[in-house]
Design a protein around this ligand. Sequence first.
Ligand code: P53
Length: 477
Amino acid sequence: MGFPKDFLWGGATAANQCEGGYRDGGRGLANVDVVPAGPDRFPVIAGQKKMFNFDEDHFYPAQEAIDMYHRYKEDIALFGEMGFKTYRLSIAWSRIFPKGDEETPNEEGLKFYEDVFKECHKHGIEPLVTITHFDCPMHLIEKYGAWRSRELIIFYERLCRTIFSRYKGLVKYWLTFNEINMILHAPFMGAGLYFEPGENQEQVKYQAAHHELVASALATKIAHEIDPENKVGCMLAAGNYYPYMPKPADVWEGMQQDRENYFFIDVQARGKYPNYALKEMARKGIQLVMAKGDEELLAAHPVDFVSFSYYSSRVATTDPDELAKTAGNIFASVKNPYLEASEWGWQIDPLGLRITMNALYDRYQKPLFIVENGLGAVDTPDEKGYVADDYRIDYLAAHIQAMDDAITEDGVELLGYTTWGCIDLVSAGTGEMKKRYGFIYVDRNNDGQGTLKRSKKKSFNWYQKVIATNGADLSND
Ligand code: P53
């Protein structure tokens, strides 16, 4: 049994966290560029602090990142050497439409990704493309207020038509919005939303989410029209909530928190707003403006598969003392006393992955795709520059075993698995380089110093073996 024979093993990155070259090839500025490292990062990504341009007091890690813009051939060759069947990457919107609202795309940007996709195929790698991974051109933010404005749907549609036509035959797996639920937790990073003082933030977030959901359905429609081979997925930052105590109130709280996330996927996979969400919005005084035809569009164009990121399970409580201890992370969660945590406090729970997979499969009855999973850790190269990352191997092996169990024991359909940050890249949450996920080490530190040289970690050879045996041999030897 185990993994199906056409299982898509691979790794994942996002343009803004690896490409750099932020001014090259006619690229325009985007929200992800102006997000600094350091203590101001959180208020900026949360849309609470306005930083629409660079200043001299901050370091902006996305400007150069790991310079994949210039080194993608070397990097894709290494992915090929590991035996990747797929490589998940994102398109930087502002490379294709530098301002976002132009009529014609930037040929240099289009050509860049065409070369990248061709390079993938040269190594037998099927690209899996995230259309937007947290990025929004700055011009669309300044002129229209980003996704709060319905006009963004038009610009996104233009982007989709352009790339679906241009990359027909080169790409067939697409994700519309990375971690679409991030709009609730980090609205500037997730959707370019900055809040003016006194604004009803919930209203703005859900209205913007509606625009994204409509744009996602439209993208699905167009993708199928342009090439019936295209498969389109939604993407959720997943991780089920456990009740802290068997108290019914805690169980209920966990269900509410799960629904806050499921809401988006309920619309994208089932094609309509769930009743619980309509009730909750009414209670919050949110008045959603829908255009004629929106509901029909959502109903007619659900996604083909459900993709998600999974790093950890979460815990919900109603106990005020426990709530007070909740760390100020992007996703608030109480500490689970039964689990160990990474150096960044993300709790490690492989069985939680099996639970999450089953919950999503039960709910949607669509194939799943795990498009992010991994361990962010400090790696210390030895005197020869080699990283023996057994901790990462342990984490990944346990999660792959959980996937195998979900497939073999529970009958969950899983299309593939792409580990996050298959090559070390900039952390989205913290802006650090030190929080590494890769099989490939990149010589660069938090301040942007280093040679950018790539080297294989111990996990590189391990993952190569995992892929070669189609997940049958997970041993670390
Ligand atoms: P970093 C928080 C919680 C869950 C997923 O995150 C998250 C975040 C953001 O920090 O984002 C996804 O880099 C995201 C990636 C990101 C990755 O998780 O903070 O899709 O862009 O890098 C890991 O360790």
